[in-house]
Design a protein around this ligand. Structure first.
Ligand code: PMP
Length: 443
């Protein structure tokens, strides 16, 4: 008999450190497109999508074939010793697709590494140290990117000290009373009182905050940042690790706002589930670093490059950028119907840019108090009912949907109805039993 979820869960607890949180006691057996089957044979709609790494779904045949071809040729050489065409071809394609021109691309392995390298390049280029980031931001789990990340729990607690020269200002969050103007005033105040703008290397911003609660920046805000960067010679870095590669209806989310960043940090969906990160940026800035200053053993791994080239083909051939908007609109309409029906925890706000859609849950629409526990319970209940979802948000009270753009309308509708049922069940249980213990996981 094959291994069960229950057996694997006890082996996991014994063998894997408890700091690695797993949201559900299930173990993947196989997965295809937006569906996943666990080792007990249960089927789930997977709208966590490898935590946003699967814009083209699980095991897309085009990606599998490209990786298999590469696997038969070689798996790894180290680009610094025996470079290969896949890295160069991917850089060429990303340069051509980038919102800035002429562009060059550095390949690395993860999102955090992409952000770190963007900071290194910006510092080298400007000869300055200061980094400006935003409240609610998430930039990774390495020590520099943790320093740049806003959320203390669970990411930062106990891991300091963090690197210096990182300054944080508010991110616009209309639903919680922070306007674009408030955020800009805080930035101006920072420059007047704490930090000379001429000492800032980079402003690093997620055009749509991911872990921060699927919060799009306003066009006005991003345009103002562009102007501030131009005035003071600061490098504008878009962290598109979560928002990039089609999810918002454009290849990069920042393109929705008609703003050109200097550098883009990308990863996740870039290589359809294989580990790959990239810094794509203005050639003049990218080329400023000395020879040998950039790289990494696995940076731009050949299998991941083959996968990424196939991802770009799939996005194009299957019209997935346009599909992102349809997916977002269909989910939004479904969630609006749930909002009318829901009674206990309330849907405070439904936010989206393309298919990057999140639901912020509050205890009541007047106080807007975050319904954190209820969010966790709904996610657990949805998993019991066959739908995998993840939370986000500074208060962990946002349900986010990282839907593969290859998902059918039937699956979207099924997911909406599972979510509705799960919300109702949680409301009923709340009414019957009051509070009970919860289990939460974060990216
Ligand atoms: N930046 C953003 C915006 C992210 O969402 C993430 C991952 N959630 C990262 C950086 C870090 O990426 P990785 O986990 O691949 O290091």
């Amino acid at each position: 008999m094959s291994v069960t979820n229950r057996e694997l869960e006890s082996r996991r607890i014994a063998a894997v450190p408890s700091g690695v949180a797993c949201a559900f006691p299930i173990f993947a057996d196989r997965a295809l497109n937006a569906e996943l089957w666990d080792v007990d044979g249960r089927r789930y709609i997977d709208f966590v999508g490898g935590m946003g790494a699967l814009a083209v779904g699980h095991s897309h045949p085009g990606i599998v074939a490209a990786v298999r071809d590469q696997l038969n040729r070689f798996t790894h050489t180290f680009f610094g010793t025996a470079p290969y065409e896949g890295y160069v071809a991917l850089a060429e394609r990303l340069n051509a697709l980038a919102p800035m021109a002429p562009a060059k691309t550095l390949l690395v392995t993860t999102g955090a590494e992409a952000v770190e390298n963007a900071v290194k390049i910006a510092r080298y280029h400007t000869g300055r140290r200061g980094i400006v980031v935003f409240s609610g931001s998430f930039h990774g789990r390495t020590l520099l990117t943790l320093g740049m990340t806003a959320q203390v729990n669970p990411y930062k607690v106990g891991f300091g000290p963090f690197p210096g020269e990182i300054y944080r200002v508010p991110f616009p969050y209309a639903y919680r009373g922070i306007s674009t103007q408030d955020a800009l005033s805080a930035l101006h105040a920072l420059f007047e009182t704490e930090l000379n703008a001429s000492e800032v290397a980079a402003i690093v911003i997620e055009p749509v905050q991911g872990e921060g609660g699927f919060l799009p920046a306003s066009s006005e805000f991003l345009k103002a940042l562009r102007q501030i960067c131009d005035t003071h010679g600061i490098v504008l870095v878009a962290d598109e690790v979560q928002s990039g590669f089609g999810r918002t209806g454009r290849l990069f989310a920042i393109e929705n706002f008609d703003v050109q960043p200097d550098l883009i940090a990308a990863a996740k969906s870039l290589a359809g589930g294989l580990p790959l990160g990239a810094v794509i940026g203005r050639a003049e800035i990218m080329d400023s670093v000395h020879r040998g200053g950039l790289g990494g053993t696995y940076a731009g791994n050949p299998l991941a490059c083959a996968a990424a080239l196939a991802v770009l083909d799939v996005l194009e051939n299957e019209g997935l950028l346009a599909r992102a908007e349809e997916i977002g609109a269909r989910l939004q309409a479904g969630f609006e119907r749930l909002r009318i029906r829901s009674n206990h925890a309330e849907i405070g706000e439904i936010r989206r840019l393309g298919a990057m859609i999140g639901i912020e849950l509050v205890t009541d629409s007047v106080s807007r108090e975050p319904a954190t526990d209820v969010t966790t319970r709904i996610i657990q209940e949805a998993a019991q009912n066959g739908l995998l979802l993840a939370s986000a948000g500074r208060f962990h009270n946002v349900i986010r949907f990282l839907v593969p753009l290859t998902t059918s309308n039937e699956l979207l509708d099924e997911a909406i109805s599972i979510l509705g049922r799960s919300m109702e069940n949680v409301s009923k249980l709340q009414a019957q039993h009051g509070r009970r213990s919860t289990r939460r996981v974060s990216q």
